[in-house]
Structures are given as structure tokens and as C-alpha cells.
Design a protein around this ligand. Structure first.
Ligand code: UDX
Length: 439
């Protein structure tokens, strides 16, 4: 099939590459010429495991190309996936839908024949009818342009795998037996044939599935982190608690790792945007619990700073602190709303000299937080430190020998914000080891 992907960020670039991998002819479209140049050269402008390989493979075999031109996109195919960003409004909590509406408005006048527009971005419920309204108003093809809402559930750091092997496909449609459904099912043919469930809904349900899923994921993380607060007061161990809870099939261990909490470009923004939309709908109460989810999440960051102060004898000012981790989670260079950098920044503001190391996110961190210090190696970062904080759980940190590291720091004292450093091993190597939610 021939298809386009409009908007080539994390979601769109991955979707475009994955669609080429499924055998389709794909044209990706983005208004950023630098991004388009990198993608055409077979490189993603961000780090995502496996994506560069797919981009290189399919830009070389001719199945995948990128452009900055809406006209070219409209002429290339009649199936268009929209994956533009829907960030938070500057200074607000609701979604900024400018990119989405701009994409619809700019594509529409070029749609002269039957076309299917597939919305993949995360939007507040009630957005799809507005997109349909724009297409009706500006597309010469009028109601021969159909819309499908097909939310994307990919996780950064697993984006390729999640796109090629999703656990479900949700299709929000305007009616039965639509051309949109037929075309989208055909595009996902190989995925559907492999047994992936397809759930067909109305537009509003499809939009809500994504908001509800992210609200649930955030709630699960904050639930276990609320338990961590109780563990800290009672001497209980949240890691063992999570393990014991997770064996109950109804609860499940996945997505319930306690620690410094959630960040990134999705969960924090999506729960805010969801609450904002509920407010507009007069349903504030239905999502009031998400305020608490957010508050618990922020308290983990404050608690980490508090624990650092405690460990440093009540004074942060003038201390040398090392932070391992800048990305919002391992295996990405994304630092959006990174809990690790929020803590590093707070310690810097309290007067410490903070040196940060991250395996992939240093360039992004340097740009966003120029006042922090950076080192290119985790051990070098720890030279002379009075406190080490482990805040993003890259697997390489667990492989570092704590005994060797103890000879480099000024004081062998570590706070594990992610619970993956083995306390027995670190204590045996002479470290004072503290972890969130653990005795
Ligand atoms: C999330 C959703 O998982 C995905 O389905 C959606 O499409 C986009 O938002 P992502 O932001 O890539 O994906 O990351 P995710 O793996 O969910 O982690 C989000 C944050 O929660 C990270 O900061 C991570 O460190 C934290 N987290 C995750 C925990 O603290 N504990 C967990 O058990 C899981």
C-alpha cells in the first residue's frame, strides 16, 4: 500500500519506519527540514533502539522517504496517518492542538479525491469531530474524506517493538463498514494476522482509551510510590511489597516499579490534559484522584532531595553531589520532565555542585540545564563526590563495581532512587546505602 505519515517525531518517525517494514511504500512528512534531512539519511534525530536500522534499511530500499511538502504528501497516497505532537499549552494544563489542526487544514485543500485520515496522536476526547469539521470545510473531496482514530500506545525505548507488535489495535470509526476501516485493517494486515486483537469503537471511545490507559499507568506508579511513603515511616521494604503484590494476577507486577516516579513527554502531560478536559466537561470529580497521583509523583522528587539533605547532615550548600541519570527513563535520550534532572536541578539550586552522567542524554541535558556540571563517564562523574544519587536505572550502573568506586569518591554514600542497586553488595563494599521506600 502507499501511505503517508504526517509529523515525524517519536511517534511518526517510528510509525513510518514500521509501516515500511510491513512492506508499504511510505512518505513521511514533517515541517522541520533538519529532521527530514536526517530521516532521509537513515538517521532518527533522537535515540531509539532499532529505529536507525529500520530507517537506514528502508530509505535504502526505496520504500521510505521523507518530505517537508504537504502537496507531495497529498499526491502520494490517499491514506494519511497523523502523528504530530500534541504538547501542553504554554503556561496551562490543557493540550495545545495547534499542530494537529494545522496539519488537517494544510492537508485538506489538497484532498481532491477519496481519502482516509488516521489520527494517531493523543488528544482530549471530542477532538476527532473537530478534525472532521476542518476536513469538511476545506477539502474539495468533502465527505469522501473519512476519519479514523487509532491511538498509539508505544513506549519510548520500545517504540519499534511496540509499533510492530502492539498488544491491541483500537480503531475509532464514524460508522459501520467504512472505507477507513477497510484501509486501516489492510495497512495493519500482517499485525492483525499475527493475532493482535482489534477493538472497533466510536470516535470518542477511541480517544478516551488512550487518556484512560495513561491515567491508569500513572496511577499504578503513584500507588506503589504512596506505599513507599508508608514503608519509609514503618521500616517496611517497598521492593518486597511490590513483589508480593505483583504475584496477584489481578494486580500484576508490570508498570509498578517503585522509585522516583514518572516523567517523560506523555504521562505527566496526559494526566494534566485529561483533568483539564474533564473540567471542561463538568466532570472534575471523576478525575480528582489524578491530582493525588500527580502530587504523590512530585513528592518522590521532594523526598529524594530531603533524603540527600539528611544524608549530608542537613546542609546541601557547598557539597559535591553526583547524579547518575538524566533521561526520564533508561534507553532513551529524552529528558522531558525527567525526574532525575528535576532532582539534580533542585540540589544545584540549594547550593550544591552537581555533576551529572547519563549514557545517552548528556547532550540534551547540557542544553536544557547549562548550570549543572557534566562528565562523560560514570566513574569520572563520581570523583570526589560526597553523595551519589542513582536516579535513572540504566543497566550499566548496576554493573559498576562499588568497591572500586568507593576509592574515587570523598564519602561512599549513595541514594538509590530506582531500587536497582543491590544494597548488600554496596554495603559490603563500604557504602552507606539508602533507597527510596527501603529501610
Ligand atoms: C507511556 C506509556 O507507557 C505509553 O503506553 C504511552 O503511549 C506513552 O506514555 P513512556 O512515556 O514512553 O510511555 O514510558 P513508560 O515506560 O510508561 O514510563 C513512564 C515513566 O514512568 C518513566 O519516567 C518511568 O521511569 C516511570 N515508571 C514506569 C516507573 O516509575 N515505574 C514503572 O513501573 C514504570
Amino acid at each position: 500500500m502507499k501511505l503517508t505519515v504526517i509529523g515525524c517525531g517519536y511517534l511518526g518517525a517510528t510509525h513510518a519506519a514500521a509501516m515500511a517494514e510491513l512492506g508499504h511504500q511510505v512518505l513521511g512528512m514533517d515541517t522541520d527540514p533538519d529532521k527530514v534531512a536526517a530521516l532521509n539519511a537513515g538517521r532518527a534525530p533522537f535515540f531509539e533502539r532499532g529505529l536507525d536500522e529500520l530507517l537506514a534499511k528502508h530509505t535504502a530500499d526505496g520504500r521510505l522517504r521523507f518530505t517537508t511538502s504537504y502537496a507531495e504528501a497529498a499526491a502520494f497516497a490517499d491514506l494519511h496517518f497523523i502523528g504530530v505532537g500534541t504538547p501542553q499549552k504554554p503556561g496551562g494544563t490543557a493540550y495545545d492542538l495547534t499542530h494537529l489542526f494545522t496539519a488537517a487544514r494544510r492537508l485538506a485543500p489538497r484532498l481532491t479525491g477519496p481519502a482516509v485520515i488516521v489520527g494517531k496522536c493523543t488528544v482530549p476526547v471530542g477532538t476527532a469531530p473537530q478534525v472532521i469539521g476542518l476536513l469538511r470545510e476545506f477539502a474539495p473531496a468533502g465527505d469522501r474524506v473519512e476519519v479514523c482514530w487509532n491511538p498509539e500506545f508505544l513506549r519510548e525505548s520500545h517504540a519499534v517493538e511496540d509499533t510492530l507488535h502492539p498488544d491491541r489495535i483500537v480503531l475509532g470509526l464514524t460508522g459501520e463498514n467504512t472505507r477507513a476501516e477497510a484501509l486501516v485493517r489492510q495497512a495493519y494486515g500482517r499485525i492483525i494476522e499475527s493475532g493482535t486483537p482489534v477493538i472497533v469503537t466510536d470516535l470518542a471511545t477511541a480517544e478516551l482509551v488512550k487518556s484512560a490507559a495513561n491515567a491508569f499507568l500513572a496511577t499504578k506508579i503513584s500507588f506503589i510510590n504512596a506505599m513507599a511513603e508508608l514503608c519509609e515511616l514503618t521500616g517496611a521494604d517497598v521492593q518486597q511489597l511490590a513483589l508480593a503484590l505483583g504475584h496477584d494476577q489481578r494486580i500484576g507486577a508490570k508498570g509498578m516499579r517503585p522509585g522516583l516516579g514518572f516523567g517523560g513527554g506523555c504521562l505527566p502531560k496526559d494526566i494534566q490534559g485529561f483533568m483539564a478536559r474533564a473540567g471542561e466537561l463538568g466532570a472534575d470529580q471523576a478525575l480528582a484522584f489524578l491530582h493525588e497521583v500527580d502530587a504523590i509523583n512530585n513528592r518522590r522528587r521532594e523526598r529524594t532531595v530531603g533524603l540527600a539533605r539528611e544524608q549530608l547532615g542537613g546542609v546541601i550548600k557547598g557539597k559535591r553531589i553526583t547524579v547518575w541519570g538524566a533521561a526520564f527513563k533508561p534507553d532513551t535520550d529524552d529528558i522531558r520532565d525527567s525526574p532525575a534532572l528535576a532532582v539534580a536541578q533542585a540540589l544545584h539550586q540549594a547550593g550544591a555542585t552537581v555533576t551529572v552522567f547519563d549514557p545517552k542524554a548528556l547532550d540534551n541535558a547540557r542544553k536544557a540545564h547549562p548550570r549543572l556540571d557534566y562528565a562523560d563517564h560514570p566513574i569520572e562523574a563520581a570523583d570526589g563526590a560526597e553523595l551519589l544519587l542513582h536516579l535513572t536505572e540504566w543497566p550499566e550502573f548496576t554493573r559498576i563495581d562499588p568497591a572500586g568506586l568507593a576509592t574515587r569518591v570523598a564519602v561512599p554514600r549513595v541514594i538509590d532512587g530506582r531500587g536497582t542497586l543491590d544494597p548488600t553488595r554496596w554495603r559490603a563494599a563500604g557504602w552507606i546505602h539508602r533507597a527510596l521506600g527501603r529501610p
